[in-house]
Design a protein around this ligand. Structure first.
Ligand SMILES: Cc1cc2nc3c(=O)[nH]c(=O)nc-3n(C[C@H](O)[C@H](O)[C@H](O)COP(=O)(O)OP(=O)(O)OC[C@H]3O[C@@H](n4cnc5c(N)ncnc54)[C@H](O)[C@@H]3O)c2cc1C
Length: 474
């Protein structure tokens, strides 16, 4: 056991269970100092809309507070600052005579650039460090190919990974932590958290979980063991309303309040103790999508964030603020799109089915630059994850990892299929309550007079369609 001090920099790994950097640090060093830094880049006032919308900000702040409380209960604490990690961490390290720093690796270019700057600063100051890849289900080092050889199509990735599966055992959470030195205890008093207006939860929200590891573990327990919703996940996952239709683990996974390896271990235990079926497999399948986008972000780096994506064929775009604003605020005159976009703006969450449809509508029907849609999602989604968000947007825009050329959704057909009785539309667009559901999927086909006779005045009660409807048979 080394007598010197080590620092653990928490990033999107706001948990104690299955946390490799923390486990390693306490095994090797007598003194371990946990630190979290809210990146000031998230609050950049020069951006057209904040990178961190209210719901996302609240969930993040809560997750950090919960981590701090958990660390305190084990005898330690959390130092919290706002700023740039590459500046603050070397300063703290010098002030507290830190010899070694532990942290987890990220995949997206901005976060990797942070790591690079930090590592350079540590090397200049003679501080050693270890970084760990721990955000995916499959370990990076166990992949049956190197990152430059990652298959460009998900199915090829999945098949190869499944064929070469390694056992997965999450690390236990520590039961005790070393106390902080006195000088660091004083620094806790200077902890700073960002201020954010508190948003009132909307009763209609499909996801309304609290931030932090404790809520994540309680939710998993309820979803898998108490309610056994996992046993029917494959049939319900395309739902739109309420808590049950999908796991709702994404926000906790995005901030690392729970590790995908722990979710996997629980699914396997459920398969052994209760039932093993297509649904139990399908949750793992979806976690592999998450892995895939993370590895693909490592492979393609900044290209995932550029207009041409990984295909280098930027689609022509014609930025139109009016269309973009109507889409963001759920006022397009297309009920299925508006219902989904209102849900996002009022709760910070949207189903996977909804995300695919509104993204396709933004790119293919409104013909707007997909990156503007992705940036809106980035600010609004509680579960925002750079790899999953930009990777999925690239995919829908036809410039990502999709073997199909054009992923244009027929949103009218999707609305008919997934919201047959228009319950979801009416939940979020109550001004359409008087309209029989069969009119709502293809609302654009009816004249203003027909709609007025059904009790809604277009342009007054509900917007007229903002564009001509374009679709394919998808
Ligand atoms: C345009 C677009 C943007 C998206 N942006 C994000 C994002 O920023 N963050 C995010 O976590 N997911 C994103 N997704 C993926 C997916 O919509 C959400 O993960 C899912 O809806 C979250 O709900 P859930 O946890 O109940 O998912 P479940 O259906 O229960 O799935 C379980 C887990 O698998 C992972 N997963 C499922 N589908 C996908 C997918 N298509 N891509 C990557 N991972 C997946 C998630 O971690 C999810 O929590 C996006 C999808 C689209 C089409």
């Amino acid at each position: 056991m080394r007598q010197e001090r080590a620092l653990v920099w928490f990033r999107n790994d706001l948990r104690l269970l299955d946390h490799e950097p923390l486990t390693e640090a306490i095994a090797k060093f007598k003194t371990v100092i946990p630190v979290y830094i809210f990146d000031s880049h998230l609050f950049d006032p020069s951006l057209s809309h904040p990178k961190l919308g209210n719901y996302r900000a609240q969930f993040l702040i809560q997750s950090v507070q919960v981590l701090q409380e958990a660390l305190r209960q084990l005898g330690s604490d959390l130092i919290v600052r706002i700023g740039q990690a590459a500046v603050i961490l070397p300063q703290l390290a010098a002030e507290w005579q830190i010899k070694h720093v532990y942290f987890s690796e990220e995949a997206a270019p901005y976060e990797r650039e942070q790591e690079k700057k930090l590592e350079e600063a540590f090397i200049r100051k003679g501080i050693s460090f270890d970084s760990f890849w721990q955000a995916t289900l499959c370990s990076k080092k166990d992949l049956p190919f190197s990152i430059p050889h990652l298959p460009d199509v998900f199915t090829k990735f999945r098949v190869q990974v499944e064929r070469n599966w390694n056992s997965i055992t999450p690390r236990p959470a520590p039961t005790q932590l070393p106390p902080l030195p006195e000088i660091v205890q004083k620094a806790v008093l200077q902890n700073t958290f960002p201020q954010t207006p508190s948003s009132i939860p909307d009763q209609r929200a499909a996801f309304s979980g609290a931030g932090g590891e404790k809520a994540a573990l309680a939710h998993l327990e309820k979803y898998i063991w108490q309610n056994e919703f996992l046993a029917t996940y494959e049939e319900t996952r395309n739902g739109l309303i309420g808590e049950k239709y999908s796991s709702k683990l994404s926000a906790w996974l995005a901030l690392g309040c729970i590790s995908p390896r722990f979710v996997y271990a629980e699914v396997k235990r459920f398969e052994q103790e209760r039932i093993k079926n297509k649904s139990t497999y399908w949750l793992i399948f979806e976690l592999l999508w998450r892995d895939y986008f993370r590895f693909a972000t490592l492979k393609f780096g900044a290209r995932f964030f550029q207009a041409g994506g990984i295909k280098n064929n930027p689609p022509p775009t014609n930025p139109n603020q009016e269309l973009i604003h109507a889409w963001q605020s759920g006022q397009t005159g297309f009920p299925f799109i508006d219902a989904n976009m209102r849900e996002l703006a009022l709760t910070g969450f949207m189903s996977n089915r909804g995300r695919q449809n509104v993204a396709s509508f933004f790119v293919h029907t409104l013909q707007q630059d997909w990156r503007l849609g992705a940036a809106w999602f980035e600010s609004q989604l509680i579960d925002y994850d750079p790899c999953s968000n930009w990777g999925n947007w690239c995919y829908v825009a036809g410039v990502g990892n999709d073997p199909r050329k054009d992923r244009l959704f027929n949103t009218a057909a999707q609305s008919e299929r997934y919201d047959t009785h228009a319950e979801f539309i009416k939940l979020w667009c109550p001004e359409l309550n008087s309209i029989p559901h069969r009119y709502l999927h293809r609302f654009f086909e009816y004249s203003e007079t027909t709609i007025r006779n059904l009790g809604v005045v277009l342009g007054k009660d509900y917007p007229k369609p903002i564009c001509t409807y374009i679709h394919t048979p998808l």
